[in-house]
Design a protein around this ligand. Structure first.
Ligand code: SF4
Length: 719
C-alpha cells in the first residue's frame, strides 16, 4: 500500500526552510505588547493602546439574512466585539445592506467584516457596507494551483503586476471609505507563486502577506490588520513571530489578528487554540483574536475572553519583577522548531532527554498516609485504557514527614514488583531531607528511581543545604531532580536557580532533571526560558521538566496549562511535562498527553482538523465530525480533515493525511494529502468510503471494540 506522504512544515523540515533566530520582542520576565498602530473598525479600535479584541464569524449562509442577524445578536450578547460574515458571492454581498438595516433597527451596533475568497466582485460590493474586508492573499487573485513549478524573476514580477491590477480597485475604494483591510494568510492556501518560491513554510506565509501590504502602502492605505493562520499551532506561532520580526525590520506596525484554523471542537479544539494564540499573547503579540471551534460560534466567545483577560488586565506592559533583566538575557525566539539539546538520562529503565520523546509525569494528590485515597488514585490511573500510549511514565509522590518513609518504601517495592511500571519518584522539601540522618536519606533514595529535592531558590544558605544533601546521598543514589520555587522576585530567583542547578550538576557528576514552580499569577514561560538559556551557556544540558500548576490560579486551568506548556514545547524546551491538580491525577495525565498531541510532538491518537463552518458549509459539520470521530478516533497519528466546502477546504486542510470535503449539496469528495482521489460521493456513503480509503493506504487499525457506525441522517445536507 502506498504510504501517505507527510506534509507541511513540521519538526525536521529541510534546513533551507529555516530562518535564523530573531531578536526577542520582550524581556525575559517582563511582559510588553508589541507596539502597533490603532486601526478603527467602525466604533471598535484594534491595536494601539486598546485591549485585545474578541471576535467571531457567523455560520449561516449570509444571504439567509434572518439566520445571520439572529446569530449576530447572540454573538454580541455573549461579548463578541467584531463579527465576520462570509461573502463567497455577489448574492451574499447583496444581503449586507438588509443585514445592516435589521441590526440597526434592533439597536445592535457591531462592526461587520466581509470574508472574501476568490471573488473580487463580491469584495467590491461588500466594501460599501462593512467596516472591514478580509481577503486571503492566496486566492484573491489566484485560482490555479501548481500550473507552473518554477517562476523566473521576470515571470514573478509579471505575476505581482497582475495581482496589483486585481487588488488595486479594492484598496482604493477601502481607502476612500475608511474601511480596514485584513490581509489574512492561511498556511494551507498559499498561491502557486509563493509555494514555488518559498515552499509551504512560515516564510512563504509572511511573504504572501507582505506582497499585499506593499500594494496597500503604495496606494496610501494603511488601515491594515494581518493574520497568519494554520491548523498546526507550531507553524502558526512561527509565522506570526517571523511576521513581527519582518514588520520591525521594515518599520511597519500593523496590528495582528490571531487564530488557529480548523482547531476542531471540545477540549482538543480549545487547547489547540490556547497553545497557538496563548503562546503569542505571552510574547506580547496579538491585538485581536478569534478562537475557531467546530461548534456554535457563541461557544467561542467565553474561550477567547478567558484567553485575553489576563493580558488586557496587564495593559501594554507588566514588569514581573522590580529588577528587569536586559533583553539579551532572553533566549532568542525561534521562527523554526529545533529541540533544545539536553543530556539523556535513565530513570528506572525509562530514558528521558536527548532525542527521547517528551515524557509525561504524574503527581499523586493523596498523601502517603491515606492508603485508601492513594489506592483509588493508582487504580484510576491504571484503568485508563483510552489508548495504550496514555500511561504514566514517571509517577511522583510527596513525602511530607520523616514518619512516612516506611510507607514510601513499601510503595516503591510494590512499584518494582509490577510488570509494567512507571519510573518512581519521591519529592520532599530540602529542609526535610537535610534533617534526615544519612542512613535514612540513603534508604529513602534506594526506594525510588529519583529523589526530587524541592528548594526555595531564595532561601538563605540554599546552596549549602543542597550541597549537604547531595554529599550525603553520595554517587550511589538515584538520579536527583531539583525543583526550584520561584518566589515574588523571579528575576533574581531565576539566576539563583541557575547557580544552584550548576552546583547540583557538579555535585553529583550526573545530570539532574530541573523544574521550576512559580507563584500563582506568574507565568512560568519566562523563567523556564531564562533557566534554559543559562544551562545552555554553561554547557550543562540537564533535561527540563515543565510543570503547569493549575491550582490556586485565577486563569482557566485547561487553557493556561495549554498556553504555558504549549509555548515552551513549541520553543523546543522540555524533556518531560507535568500538569498538576487539574482534577484527579488521571485528568492531569490526560491533559498533559493532549497538550503534547496539540503541539504534535507526540501523536498518540487521531488528529482531527475540522473547520469551524460558515455560510459555505455543505453539511452539518458538528454532527459529521462527531460521526467520523466515533469511527476513527483510535487511529494513532493519522490526521483527518473534515472541511465544509470546496472553496477553502482543500487548501486549508494543510497537512492532513486524509480529507473529507463538502463538494456541493449532498456530495462529498475525499483526499489523500492534497490529492483528490474520490469525487462527488453521495453524503450517505462518504463515511464508509473514507474508512475504506484509510484501509487501502495501510493506516487502518482495528479498534479494541468495534463502534457501531452511526446512521448518516437524511436531509442533513445543506441545500
Ligand atoms: S472550509 Fe469550512 S470554514 Fe472554511 S470556507 Fe469552507 S465551510 Fe467555511
Amino acid at each position: 500500500m502506498p504510504a501517505v506522504p507527510m506534509r507541511g512544515w513540521l519538526p525536521g523540515s529541510p534546513a533551507s526552510h529555516r530562518i535564523p533566530p530573531m531578536k526577542p520582542l520582550s524581556k525575559p520576565l517582563h511582559y510588553r505588547r508589541r507596539p502597533t498602530r490603532e486601526v478603527a473598525i467602525g466604533d471598535v479600535s484594534v491595536g494601539g493602546h486598546h485591549p485585545i479584541r474578541v471576535q467571531s464569524m457567523t455560520t449561516p449562509a449570509t444571504h439567509d439574512v434572518g439566520a445571520t442577524v439572529e446569530q449576530i445578536g447572540r454573538l454580541v450578547a455573549a461579548g463578541c466585539e467584531i463579527v465576520r460574515v462570509t461573502v463567497p458571492s455577489t448574492r451574499d454581498a447583496e444581503a449586507l445592506p438588509e443585514i445592516r438595516r435589521r441590526l440597526a433597527s434592533s439597536g445592535l451596533r457591531v462592526p461587520l467584516v466581509a470574508d472574501i475568497h476568490f471573488s473580487p466582485s463580491a469584495a467590491m460590493m461588500a466594501v460599501e457596507h462593512v467596516e472591514k474586508v478580509r481577503i486571503n492573499p492566496g486566492n484573491y487573485a489566484d485560482t490555479k494551483r501548481f500550473k507552473v513549478w518554477e517562476y523566473t524573476d521576470a515571470e514573478y514580477q509579471a505575476e505581482l503586476e497582475r495581482l496589483e491590477q486585481r487588488f488595486r480597485p479594492l484598496v482604493l475604494r477601502a481607502k476612500e471609505r475608511g474601511v480596514a483591510l485584513r490581509i489574512g494568510t492561511n498556511h494551507g492556501s498559499l498561491s502557486d507563486r509563493i509555494l514555488n518560491r518559498y515552499g509551504d513554510t512560515p516564510l512563504g506565509m509572511v511573504e504572501s502577506a507582505l506582497e499585499f501590504v506593499r500594494i496597500c502602502e503604495r496606494h496610501g492605505h494603511r488601515k491594515l490588520i494581518l493574520s497568519m493562520k494554520s491548523s498546526n499551532p507550531m507553524v502558526m506561532i512561527q509565522a506570526y513571530r517571523l511576521l513581527a520580526d519582518r514588520m520591525a525590520v521594515e518599520r511597519m506596525d500593523y496590528p495582528f489578528h490571531l487564530g488557529v484554523t480548523e482547531a476542531g471542537d471540545g477540549e482538543d479544539g480549545r487547547l489547540k487554540s490556547a497553545i497557538g494564540i496563548g503562546s503569542l499573547l505571552e510574547d506580547g503579540i496579538g491585538d485581536t483574536i478569534r478562537v475557531s471551534l467546530t461548534e456554535d460560534p457563541v461557544a467561542e466567545i467565553p474561550v477567547a475572553q478567558a484567553l485575553v483577560r489576563k493580558y488586557n488586565a496587564w495593559g501594554r506592559e507588566q514588569p514581573a519583577s522590580p529588577a528587569q533583566g536586559s533583553p539579551e538575557a532572553f533566549p532568542p525566539i525561534l521562527s523554526s522548531y529545533s529541540r533544545r539539546g539536553s543530556a539523556r538520562i535513565e530513570l528506572g529503565g525509562l530514558a528521558l532527554g536527548g532525542q527521547e520523546p517528551v515524557r509525561v509525569e504524574c503527581l499523586l494528590r493523596a498523601p502517603l498516609g491515606d492508603a485508601a485515597s492513594l489506592k483509588a488514585e493508582l487504580d484510576l490511573l491504571s484503568s485508563m485504557p483510552a489508548t495504550p500510549d496514555v500511561r504514566v511514565e514517571i509517577l511522583e509522590v510527596d513525602l511530607s514527614r520523616a514518619e512516612e518513609i516506611p510507607l514510601l518504601e513499601n510503595l516503591g517495592k510494590e512499584m518494582r514488583a509490577a510488570r509494567s511500571r512507571p519510573a518512581f519518584s519521591a519529592r520532599a522539601s530540602s529542609q526535610l531531607l537535610a534533617e534526615l540522618a544519612e542512613p535514612e536519606l540513603r534508604g529513602l533514595a534506594r526506594s525510588c528511581d529519583r529523589l526530587t529535592i524541592r528548594l526555595d531558590s531564595l532561601q538563605p544558605k540554599a546552596g549549602e543545604t543542597l550541597e549537604r544533601i547531595l554529599h550525603r546521598l553520595g554517587a550511589e543514589g538515584p538520579s536527583p531532580a531539583i525543583e526550584f520555587f520561584i518566589g515574588s522576585d523571579p528575576e533574581n530567583a531565576c539566576s539563583r536557580a541557575a547557580e544552584l542547578a550548576r552546583l547540583c550538576d557538579s555535585g553529583t557528576g550526573r545530570f539532574p532533571l530541573l523544574s521550576l514552580t512559580v507563584e500563582p499569577g506568574l507565568s512560568p514561560v519566562g523563567p523556564y526560558r531564562h533557566l534554559a538559556r543559562s544551562r545552555a551557556e554553561k554547557s550543562f544540558p540537564a533535561p527540563l521538566l515543565l510543570v503547569a500548576e493549575t491550582a490556586r490560579r485565577e486563569e482557566d486551568p485547561l487553557l493556561f496549562a495549554s498556553v504555558y506548556l504549549g509555548s515552551l514545547l513549541c520553543d523546543g524546551l522540555g524533556d518531560a511535562v507535568r500538569v498538576e491538580h487539574f482534577g484527579s491525577p488521571a485528568d492531569s495525565l490526560r491533559l498533559a498527553f493532549n497538550i503534547l498531541q496539540g503541539t504534535r510532538l507526540r501523536l498518540f491518537k487521531t488528529e482531527f482538523i475540522s473547520c469551524p463552518s460558515c455560510g459555505r458549509t455543505q453539511f452539518d459539520l458538528e454532527e459529521t465530525t462527531r460521526r467520523i470521530k466515533t469511527r476513527t478516533a483510535h487511529l494513532k497519528g493519522v490526521k483527518i480533515a473534515i472541511m465544509g466546502c470546496i472553496v477553502n477546504g482543500p487548501g486549508e486542510m494543510a497537512d492532513a493525511d486524509f480529507g473529507y470535503v463538502g463538494w456541493g449539496p449532498g456530495k462529498v469528495s475525499l483526499f489523500v494529502g492534497k490529492e483528490l482521489v474520490e469525487k462527488d460521493i453521495p453524503y450517505a456513503e462518504a463515511d464508509e468510503r473514507l474508512v475504506r480509503l484509510i484501509r487501502e493506504h495501510g493506516r487502518w487499525d482495528e479498534p479494541a471494540s468495534l463502534p457501531t457506525p452511526a446512521p448518516v441522517p437524511a436531509g442533513k445536507t445543506r441545500e
